[in-house]
Design a protein around this ligand. Sequence first.
Ligand code: DAH
Length: 349
Amino acid sequence: MCQYLKYFTRMIDRIQTLLTEVNAWTAKGPDELETLRIKFLSKKGEISQLFNDFRNVPNDQKRQVGQLLNELKNKAQDRLNELKEGLEAAGTEQADIDYSRSASPDTIGTRHPLSIVKNEIVDIFARLGFTIAEGPEIEDDWHVFSALNFAPEHPARDMQDTFFIEKEPDILLRTHTSSVQTRVMTGNQPPIRIICPGRVYRNEAISYRAHCFFHQVEALYIDKDVSFADLKQVLLYFAREMFGADTKIRLRPSYFPFTEPSAEMDISCNICGGKGCPFCKHTGWVEILGCGMVDPNVLDNCGIDSKVYSGFALGMGIERITNLKYQVKDLRMFSENDVRFLEEFKAAY
Ligand code: DAH
C-alpha cells in the first residue's frame, strides 16, 4: 500500500472512531461536559490535531476526508450543545418546584374539649381583671386543708378521698384548686384577683360519672369592702358569657369550711332552656359551682388582716361545664384520647 493511502486510511479510521465516541458521550454533570469540550473542541483537542494533519492528506482525498472531518467537528459541537441543554432542563425542573404549595393534606390537630372550655372560662374572668395563678399538684396538708379551715376530723382528709403520698409529714395530691388560694394569699397582700385552673385528684372509683382525676377552676377576689353583691354580679356575668344572655342563676345556701356564708349556684338548664329534661332531672336547673365569702379564719391563717379585708371565692369543675356545653355523657371520654371523640371539637377554638 502506498504511503499516502496508508495515511488516508488511518485518518478515516481515527475520525470514525471519534465520531462513535462523540455520539455515545453522556454527561451527568458539567464536569463531563467540559471533558467533552476539551477532548474534542479545544485548541489542542483531537479535532484541531486532525485539522493539522489534514495538510498531509493527498489532494485527491482531501474532499472525502475534509467532509468527514467537518462532520466530526459539527457532531462534537452539536453533542456538546445537546448535553448542555439536557442538563439545564434538569436543573430548571428542580427550580420549578412550588415551595408555597402545601406538602400534603395534613390534618390539623384539635384542642382537647377541656382545654377549650378552660380557656373560655379564663377569658371571661380575664375580662373582669382576674389573672391566672397556678400551684403544685403535689401539695401538703396545710395548703389543701388546714389553712382553709378544714376541721382535723373533716372527712375530706380521709384516705378514702385523698391520695396520700406520705403520711408523716402529710404530702398528698391536691383534692381541689382552692390550695392555690392559700399559696397566693400567703405570698401576697390584697388586692388579689386570681383565677386558678388546674388538675385535682380524688380517690374515686372510675365510672361514667366519676374519675380519680378531674379539673377545676378557682377564682378569688380579696380587697377592701368586697361584698356578696360583688360575688353575685360576677357570677351572673360569668353565667351569661358562658351559656348565653338568657341564662338565669339561682343561689342556694350551702356549706364549705373556707367560706362563710357559702352557696351553690345553679343555672337555668341550657339543654332544655329550663323546661325540664333528663339532664337537669326535670327541675330546669343545674348546679355548676360552689362559692362564698372567704372565711375570716382563712384570711388570718394566710396573713391577711380579716378586719381590713374581705373577699369572695368560687370553684367549679371544668368537666361539668364541658358536659353542659357539649353534652358528653361519659366522663372517661375526656381521658381516653380517642381521636374520633377529639375530632368532634375541630370547629371549636
Ligand atoms: N373547693 C371546692 C370543691 O372542690 C369548690 C369550691 C367551693 C371552691 C366553694 C370555692 C368555694 O372557692 O368558695 O368542691
